[in-house]
Design a protein around this ligand. Structure first.
Ligand code: CS2
Length: 487
């Protein structure tokens, strides 16, 4: 028997259920990129406010595969959230995703829903590469195949940007005000980046649409919750605990954080009731999170994967790793952060180390290692740029970048192929796969100006730091390198 509205009353004691009548919920928000992160984060904040205001149900849209729709539609959108750490475990059934669409199958249905006047917010978790931008500059990549496609076929878009601009145009034609855009991806000033690419796309599509795009509210947000990909054994464990099948439960940690700029002309859910924090400017929080959490995460992922660690928790237990990550955060990344009045940065860092050690989350290093070309600029390179400016050291950050260079080259320490997932995997392989000298590998990577901007690529000290770290990684391997750096 499957989890669904009909079977809600069969759930065992102790499982949290919706505290509202799901049948009364209407759609107020369309979410592009209905993956695991959204379902552990924004959908859960929204779940908490539906009893007070059922007009904020979520229509989830997949921009690529039908998998989520196929898993959740037979369950009326319901799914299980398992929240766990070393101490506690909690199960919650979430019902805020009340409708599911698959964009490639029916782009018209997605556009109609976005253009519907009841839709007041369009939010996004489309990952870094979904913005079709140049990660080093934050501007639209006008040669991106999806952008080229969407400019030629504006009524049948593929990219989130194409959908947004067409839906805004339809709303304007019908006399409806623009929805608020809400980017929930790990990008610095994600709202600005989104608005910049949307406006540029609108300009290219039809200069008459540019003013409309410029008028859209696009508050920035900082989102945080660790959400590993669900495995078959997770599904089995949930079925055993519920006595009902759930095709796609979500695994996460107790910690959750959401900081949002309060700019919603058509209104918004009272997410603060669920612990979201509304501020005037999210940039300081975003920089802190990207540089401390995500910068550490990527470093852990590349070094850990190369040393044979399957999960983040495994990587944290490699000799030297925790000391390296602690020092990377405290000595190298924290001094680059703008002042955060009244915020206990030391406690935040300690909490991060504890979260990374969470023994119950099987967060694969391979998962975090994905899309490095899109992630490194805001996670490690911006920090390095600030350290260079300050004349300060950055050897651990450089080691993280060098570990990416070794990983993305596509061969592990035993010479076996790595399944590198990155929009530029083939380009990187072409640049460095057959190169063996660390200097030449570094030089080849530094030609990627969409990752390393011209200044950084031309910086001799930076180049040398990378060559040094990469040489150590090749000569000693990742595990021994960690022990060296810990000394
Ligand atoms: C991770 C993030 O996969 C990754 O790149 O670093 O998804 C990370 O788990 C989240 O940003 C935590 O909020």
């Amino acid at each position: 028997m499957r989890l669904s509205r009909r079977t809600l009353d069969r759930l065992p004691e102790g499982v949290t259920k919706p505290d509202y009548d799901p049948a009364l919920v209407t759609i107020g928000l369309v979410h592009l990129g209905i993956g695991a992160f959204h379902r552990a984060h924004q959908a859960v904040f929204t779940e908490a406010i539906l009893a007070g205001d059922p007009s904020w149900g979520i229509s989830g849209v997949s921009l690529r595969s039908p998998d989520t729709r196929d898993a959740l539609q037979p369950q009326d959108g319901l799914y299980t959230l398992k929240i766990q750490d070393g101490e506690a475990e909690q199960l919650q059934i979430v019902g805020s995703v009340v409708a599911l669409l698959c964009a490639p199958e029916d782009p018209e249905a997605v556009l109609a829903r976005m253009a519907d006047p009841a839709t007041r917010i369009v939010s996004l978790t489309i990952t870094e590469k979904g913005y079709c931008h140049n990660p080093a500059t934050g501007t639209l990549d006008e040669a991106h195949p999806d952008i080229v496609h969407d400019l030629e076929n504006p009524q049948r878009p593929r990219s989130a940007i194409g959908f947004i601009v067409e839906a805004l145009a339809r709303r304007a034609r019908a006399g409806n005000a623009p929805f608020t855009l809400l980017s929930c991806d790990n990008l610095p000033s994600n709202g600005h980046v989104l608005k910049r690419v949307v406006t540029r796309f609108a300009e290219l599509r039809d200069p008459a649409l540019a003013g409309l795009a410029r008028s859209v509210a696009s508050p920035s947000t900082m989102v945080d919750r660790i959400v590993p990909a669900t495995t078959d054994s997770d599904r089995d464990a949930i079925a055993a605990a519920l006595g009902l099948e759930d095709a796609w439960p979500i695994m996460t940690e107790p910690f959750q954080q959401w900081v949002i700029e309060d700019d919603f002309p058509l209104g918004r859910p009272a997410w603060e009731k669920a612990g979201a924090v509304f501020v005037d400017d999210v940039a300081v929080f975003e920089t802190m999170k990207l540089r401390l959490l995500n910068g550490s995460h990527s470093t852990l992922a590349y070094l850990g994967y190369l040393a044979g660690a399957e999960t983040v928790a495994d990587a944290m237990s490699l000799p030297g790793m925790e000391a390296l990550i602690e020092a990377l955060m405290r000595e190298e990344a924290s001094p680059t952060l703008p002042p955060l009045q009244g915020f206990d940065l030391a406690a935040y860092r300690a909490d991060l180390l504890r979260r990374f050690r969470n023994p119950r989350l099987r967060h694969r290093t391979w998962q975090i290692a994905m899309d490095g070309s899109q992630k490194l600029p805001q996670r490690l390179l911006g920090t390095i740029r600030d350290r260079l400016k300050a004349g300060a050291g950055y050897e651990r950050l450089a080691l993280g970048v060098a570990a990416w260079m070794r990983y993305a080259r596509g061969l592990d320490e035993q010479g076996q192929p790595i399944d590198v997932r990155d929009p530029h995997a083939a380009r990187i392989a072409g640049l460095v796969r057959d190169v063996v000298e660390p200097e030449r590998i570094v030089d080849a990577y530094l030609t990627m100006q969409d990752v390393f901007d011209a200044d950084l690529a031309a910086n001799a000290a930076f180049r040398l730091a990378l060559v040094k770290a990469l040489t150590t990684l090749f000569e000693d391997g990742s595990a021994a390198t960690l022990r060296t750096y810990a000394r």
